[in-house]
Structure formats: C-alpha cells, structure tokens
Design a protein around this ligand. Structure first.
Ligand code: MTE
Length: 389
C-alpha cells in the first residue's frame, strides 16, 4: 500500500493501557460499539407501552440463537416481577388430583433442552395491505429462537392424572392481564414444555420469569408467560385472546379460529433496509427461515424478483421447529437487485407469494402473514421494502 495504515503502524490506547478488571462486570453486557443493536418499537402501533410489542433486531444477528436480551417482547399488561420463591403453578379441573407446584418442585423433575422459534401470529401483520415498514426488524422481528430448559407438560399432567373427558387445557398467566388461552390436550401431551431457563440462564422477566409455556411451532400467543395455572376441561374456553383477538378475518367476513400452526416463512436479514449493501464485489447475503410443521428443508433465493432462483446454503443446526440460518455468497456490481427468499419445509410446503396468500385470505386479517418478502437494493446500496405487482 502507498500510504501506511495508522491502525497498523501506530500503537492504539487499547494496546497500551490496562483494561477493566474481572470485577467490573459481574454480568456481562455487549460492547459499547454495539449500542444500536437493541429491541425497538413502533411508537404509533399501540396506545401504551404496557400493552405493546418491540422487535428483535434480526438484521444485526447471526447464527440461529437469539440472545436473551434481544428477544422481542409482547405483553398485554406489562412485565410481571415475580419472586420465584412465591410462585406457584396450579393444575385443576378435569384431573384426578388437583396439584400445586413450587419452582423447587418443578426443578426436581426430569429436564429437557430444546431449541424452538416463537413467532407472534401478528408478525408481518402490518404488511397485509402492502409494503409498509422499512426494516426486517419491524416486518419480521416478532420472532426469537431460543434454547429452553424445562420439564415436559406431560410430566406434570401425569402427576395430576387427566380424566378421560379432558380434551382441552386453559393456560393462565400471573401478569396483570391474566392472559389465558385454550390448548388441545393432544398438543400438550405431544411436545409442550414448561420452561424455567432460556439460553442457559433463567428466563428473563420480559419472557415470563420464572415459568412459561413453550408450544413448539404454534403461534406465540399460546406461549403463556408467568404461567400460574392450567385447568383441564372438555372444550375450549373461548377466551378473549381466541375470539376477539388472534382470529383471522377472511374476505367473506367470517373468521378463522384456533389457527395455531405457524406456516413456513423466511426473510433475508442482510442486506435489508437497516443493513444496506456497502461494497461492490464479494458480499454475503444472509437470512433466517422456520416452519411450525417441522424442519426447513430448503431455502431458495432470487436476486431478480423471481425470474431466477438458486438454492441458498443452510449452515448450522437444522432442528425441528427451529430457525435455520442461510447464506448466498455473491458478487455485486452495483446493479439493482430484487431480493426474495422462500422456505420449503419437510412436509413439502412452499412459502407463498403475498399475491397467492391474498387470493385465499384477503387483506382483512392481521395474523398469519407468511408471504414472501421483497427488498429492492438500489445501485447505491440503499435497500427498501417493496412489493412486486
Ligand atoms: N403471556 C402472558 N401471561 N401475558 C401476555 O401478555 N403475550 C403473548 C405470549 N404470552 C403474553 C403471554 C404473546 S401475544 C406473545 S407473541 C408471546 O407471549 C411473546 O413472548 P415474548 O414476550 O417472550 O416474546
């Protein structure tokens, strides 16, 4: 090089002076240079921060695990601050023996570790009528992917003994919203967990400390946080969250109810509006894909708005009902790009285009929008949320 790079030739402060000692940060925090990597909300979306949502900064993450402190939050009555010593989980209703468990009781049962995505049914809900929010954090950030530690719900139900006519469970939170949802017993006995840890540490208060339900592949609303009670019954409860909310209004005015499963979906996180392309030549396109019906089998990417597709390279663990990470290593000469990704899951289901989805579902719903996202990359690298007519 003609001009020496001072970052190489001159000694920097961090190379000259002692750094902080080990007693400075007993619980680590990210580098100060990462201060923009935070959950963000959309101020006009909700009337109050207690019944609201913020979004995972997907554009700033890699791999498949969402760091606990960056997992999006959605609550209806603010964050409950619960002393675990005083927390109880009750099981009642159509059971042989109603039970009350302490946290210590639950910690003495056989544990399991599982990685699952949690996606709010309203993720991408603002995009039904057209491209709206500029950033994958806002269009797709109501999702996180976490390793949970807990016990299977079956372990708890076996102790209480479900009566033969118990077909549904009602899960209830200890927050001020007392949020509750009905869950079919078949799912409860299949793969539902009652978790007390995420990513190796205790659940964060925002995500349900000390105890939450983990309902793999199903809409986030069912994953009751601050879980305090499970009642067994013979029919669904018709709770607010499954009648007035979390139903999908169809074009003919009728509404779909109990649409639990989150269908296959994907999004390119880089480049995206918050992470524009900076360099010509070699670049890494990256994104995430997931399916509530099992594993993601393949992710295809197009750079010209769907004329040509190529298979992306999935790297890292491919797990049941978990996010996968995909990449396309490519050369960019400054031409305009129309980027899209589509996920294909193990059932053969292919993520639909927004047009295909609207043909069947109309645009009245907020929920379950898993249509293909388009990013337009301009010659200067600036990237926008658009739709292809
Ligand atoms: N559980 C309780 N008790 N109260 C709530 O408000 N919100 C639900 C669900 N569980 C909620 C709750 C909704 S709508 C979603 S999408 C997920 O929690 C969000 O989980 P998270 O905050 O860990 O991302």
């Amino acid at each position: 090089a003609a001009k020496p790079d001072p970052m190489i030739t001159e000694l920097q402060d961090w190379n000259r002076f002692l750094g902080d000692g080990v007693d400075k940060k007993p619980y680590g925090v990210p580098s100060k240079f990462e201060k923009d990597v935070i959950r963000r909300d959309v101020s006009w979306l909700t009337a109050s921060p207690e019944s609201s949502v913020n979004f995972t900064p997907l554009h700033a993450l890699d791999g498949i695990i969402t760091p606990s402190g960056l997992c999006f939050e959605r609550h209806h009555g603010g964050v409950a601050e619960i002393d675990p010593a005083q927390h109880r989980l009750m099981i009642n209703g159509l059971v042989d023996t109603p039970m009350v468990f302490t946290m210590d009781d639950i910690r003495r049962m056989p544990r399991v570790n599982k990685v699952y995505f949690l996606e709010c049914a309203a993720n991408s809900g603002m995009e039904w009528r057209g491209a709206q929010l500029n950033g994958c954090q806002f269009t797709h950030g109501m999702i996180h992917n976490v390793m949970y530690t807990g016990v299977t719900l079956k372990t708890l139900l076996d102790q209480a003994g479900l009566k033969p006519n118990a077909k549904w469970l009602m899960l209830e939170g200890a927050d001020s919203a007392g949020m509750n949802r009905s869950l079919p017993v078949s799912k409860a006995l299949d793969d539902v967990l009652i978790a007390f840890a995420m990513n190796g540490e205790a659940l964060r208060p925002e995500n349900g400390y000390p105890l939450r339900a983990v309902i793999p592949g199903w809409q986030g609303n069912l994953w009751v946080k601050w879980l305090r009670r499970i009642e067994a019954g013979d029919m669904p409860w018709q709770a607010r969250e499954e009648t007035s909310k979390y139903t999908d209004l169809m074009p003919d005015g009728r509404a779909r109810k109990y649409t639990f499963v989150m269908d296959a979906k994907s999004v390119i996180t880089n480049p995206s509006p918050q992470a524009p392309l900076k360099f010509k030549g070699r670049n890494v396109l990256s994104g995430v894909a997931w399916s509530g019906r099992g594993t993601v089998k393949r992710v295809d990417v197009t750079m010209d708005g769907g004329r040509n597709w190529r298979e992306a390279r999935i790297d890292g663990p491919v797990l049941d009902k978990s996010m996968v990470r995909f990449y396309v290593d490519f050369d960019w000469n400054g031409e305009e790009l129309m980027l899209q990704s589509r996920a294909i899951d193990e059932t053969g289901y292919v993520q639909p285009s927004k047009a295909e989805l609207r043909k069947v579902r109309g645009v009245n719903s907020i929920y379950h929008n898993n249509g293909i996202q388009t990013w337009l990359v301009h010659p200067d690298g600036v990237t926008e949320n658009v739709e292809i007519a």
